[in-house]
Structures are given as C-alpha cells and as structure tokens.
Ligand binder design. Sequence first.
Ligand SMILES: [Zn+2]
Length: 346
Amino acid sequence: MRSAPAWRLAAGAQAASAGAWHILDMRRGTTLLLALVAAALLQSAAAVTVRASTRPPKNIKRPPQLILFSHDDAVDSAAYGYVTDVTDRHRNPNGCRIKATWFGCTSDCDFSCSTAKKLYGKGHELAAHTVNHPDLRHMSYSKVKKEIVGSRDKIVSCGIPESRVVGFRTPFLSDSPTVRQVLADYGFRYDSTIGVAGGSNRLWPATMEDGVPYDCDQAGQYCESDESYPGLWEVPLYELPDGNLMDVCTDESSGDPQSGCSPYKQLKKDFDRAYGSNRGPVTVGVHSITTGFLKNDKFRGEVNKFFQYALQHKDVWVVTISQFLDWMEAPVEADKMAAFMAKYKC
Ligand SMILES: [Zn+2]
C-alpha cells in the first residue's frame, strides 16, 4: 500500500510493451478509437505547451514559492483528522487556510463520500489514485482504464464535478506509457508520479507533447521514446535530501521512521534550496493511514513546524495542484498572488 518505496525498488522485468496493449485493446472498438482520436485532436488543438526548464514560466521575474501538499490513499474521517490537523493550522498570506490535494483510492483504501464532499467544500482538491491500488505497470489498457477512470467516477458520484477531478497519481509511483495514454484519452489534466531531483534550480513541471520530459531511468518508472500527450501535465514529486519522494524520514522498505532523521529539517532544507534559487515548486507528499506517517504525532508535529517556517515568508503559498497548474498557465509575480488566489475557496 505504500507509494514511496517502489520508485527505488528494482523494476524487474518490464512487459514487452505496455503501449502495445492499449493499441490491441483499442482495435476491438473502432467507434471508441474514432471517438478517442477526435478527442485527442480537439485536445491537441487547444493544448498548452510548457517545456521542462529550470526557468519559471513566461519569464516571470519574481515568482512566488509554491508548495504542493498532497496526501495519498485513504479519504475517510481518520485521514481527514490527521491532514486537517495540518492544513487547518496554517494560513496563506491572504489569510485563507492551506489546502491539500488528495489522491484517493476508492475501493481498496478507506474511501468515504461524505469525507470527500466535506474536503471539496473546504476547497481541497480530490484526485484519482485507482480503485484497487494495483501496480499498473503490467496491466492492459482496458484494466488500467477501469482503475483510473473508475476512481474518478467514484469521486464524481459523491457529487464533486467531473471537471474538478483532473489529476492522478499511480500507486507505488510505478507508471507506464499505458497509464499516461489513459490519462490523455480520458481528459485528465495532470499526472503527479515521476520522481525528479530536488535541490537548487530544480526543473519546473511541464507538458508531455514530446513524452516525459524528465529522466525516466528510475526503478518503477517506465517511459518510451515515442510517447506524446499534448497538454497533459506531469507535476513531479521532488526528491528530498534524504532521498525519499514522499513520507520523508521513513525507511523505504519497512515504512519505519529512520533513526535520527527530522522531517522538519529535511523539508526545511529542501524548501530553502528551492526558495533560494529558481523557486521551482516544493512537494510535500504524505500518507496518513497506510504508512502511518501523519498518524505519527512527532512527524505530524514536524510537518506543522515546517509549514509554520515556510509560511513566515510573505511570498510563499501552499496551493492545490490544480491551482498550481492554473498559475503555470497564467503565471503572476509574487506580489500579485493575493489577486490570483481570490477566485478560489478561502
Ligand atoms: Zn497509494
């Protein structure tokens, strides 16, 4: 159930071609294929194109430092309690409480529609994370589609508009071209799975018209040279100083806390490097139930200490991933952020 460790585990034998599976499946339905091609053409005509770069988008001179706080797996009252014990304690410079992006697995994890609606009502973002939390790498296009679109459908069935459920993260952070093809075919706006180096002058998120624009030579991540998804964003998870992508200071195989590792110090170090250089986004990814990260009082306290530190800076904002992409597509300077954020639920 952990998402963090898999990106460092040996990838093992990859399937001959995950991309080939979806083509085979698509041949079974000419109508579906035509519909998807039409949708893809429409999408590419209007697609935003942003290349991976260490420079902020559109020559912004003084970008705000944006922090993306995300939570994977459970969407239930227990997870709500742990996550909002962080988000409700901190405010952005406009006085609004910070929000998280929730990647909800909708059957195998504890998922509650009432919790999802409550979070949505507070301005948090709900995103898909499959139905059954499988390793998607060796599954057919149709099975991957059922897992991804099925989890979105479940969230939508709770009463959250489909137009607001636009993101996805793979279980175990193990993805494939088939996963990205499904996301593109079914109108998702972004994936947030790929691990990218953190530190100073990190690469900014980018669209994938030329495939995945980051080093894909990581275990658990699988890319091909001919991938193309116009307008589909990849919002990476940035590697923290301790080497983790999520659940900082935990052991990647057991999930146990690493002795002597301080989540506060790790997150602060990562933040300071981003803030002091090109201000590429900082990602704080956690679980609450499956790894027990936020359930751990000490760790939750240190994450709170980190947000308290980061938000002392007047040009630092914690935003949902959709808000972040709105900013990427129409960026504003740090001193215009209050006006930019005015359209979102406070
Ligand atoms: Zn997960």
